[in-house]
Design a protein around this ligand. Sequence first.
Ligand SMILES: [Zn+2]
Ligand SMILES: [Zn+2]
Length: 477
Amino acid sequence: MGAPKAAVPFVSLLAASFVLAASVLAQPGPPAESGSFRAPDLVELISLDPTIRLDVRYATPDNFVKRAVYAEARAFLQRPAAEALARVHRELGKKGYGIVVFDGYRPWSVTKVFWDLTPESDKDFVADPKTGSRHNRGCAVDVSLFELSTGKVVEMPSAYDEPTARSYPTFEGGEKAARERRDVLRKAMEKESFFVLPWEWWHFDYKDWASYPIQNVAFSEIPRVDASRVAYLPQTLDLASARIVDLTYAFDERTIYWPNAKTSFVKQRDFYGKTEGGWFYSSNTICTPEHGGTHFDAPIHFSEGKESTADVPVGQLIGAAVVIDVTAQAAKDRDYRLTADDVKAWEARNGRIPKGAIVLLRTGWGSRYPDRKSYLGDDTPGKTTDLHFPSFGKEAAILLIRERRAGVIGVDTASIDHGPSADFVVHQIAGAASVAGLENVARLEELPETGAFVVALPMKIAGGSGGPLRVVALIPR
Ligand SMILES: [Zn+2]
Ligand SMILES: [Zn+2]
């Protein structure tokens, strides 16, 4: 919406289809605009932050024209506006809310459809296609709030697109709590230079709307972003103020490998000392199995034909970290497996795990490293049948990988499957979904449940099934 000041017309479906057919003939195209404009750069909102919720009403019959006018439920804004909205979404997170988007950029042809569907007597209430709307410029957005703890869209003083005075952002009636939520939204939006429409609490124009031209690009012409591969990147990460935690154990003679590994970490000195030329020089040769110490599991480790270490896109290995803690459960049961209920309990506190997240399981096992017996449960060389340590469980892995579409899962124990596992089912689920694993991750106790940003880069071994990993977390202060 954007133009209605009071009432929104009722339009019958019969009339709608007639007018729609006629409009195709009468339709000259978007207005010619003079002046210079910025180059349009429409950005799909979920590509900036996949936790922004979409409820694109015009892609459903649940809107004032009672029919779907968008073929796809997608939302776009010009880049500066999109980035500002992502900042609003993150800022609201501190208050326990997220942004839900009803509508953003709207092709001009849809504004024309709304116009044609509206009877003459009500034409004051919709945008005239002769001038277009700010939605056509990719600088207007219709939004509300959802609650992070429940995932539910909040009650506001009016419904979206409701044609009554309750929709005014200044409306003083109704429930106080609803008005307060409306004002929380408005304040957060205004801080990022969005301005509310005086008759619609949900409609905000971005300050630079006049700098962008009216566009008539269909959603289908804008390339789709695979949200599962969007690293959940913070828009601003201040490296100068972020705390950096190295989540990596050093490789040395104590590095823990799987008990049946044929070799362990070998570092041979090639040279150390003064050269004939008079300068100092040192150099070693190293040799290591791929799977040991803080290391990486490539999808091909348990899934034929999937990505090797060098093939996993780097963007998948850089992203927001979700830390799920089962220290208490693991202290009682050293074979503990993360359950789907544990994941849901985490989400009840922190909101839905975003697509592409790096999910780290904290069991408290880090304090046992590198004591083999304590860490693995058994230190008999070659024996793998009496291992006891906690990790992910099958149902949790299915939820995290197939439903939430995590990009990486990692753990502070020796394997993403728990010690007694004989079928390595979590490895199989991860590999089949091209999800990478991180094992023997250090210092997880220093990470918050949310808010950390992880960079997990393995040695780039062509055709590798895994490899030594350097993994760090950046925690904004
Ligand atoms: Zn491994
Ligand atoms: Zn593994």
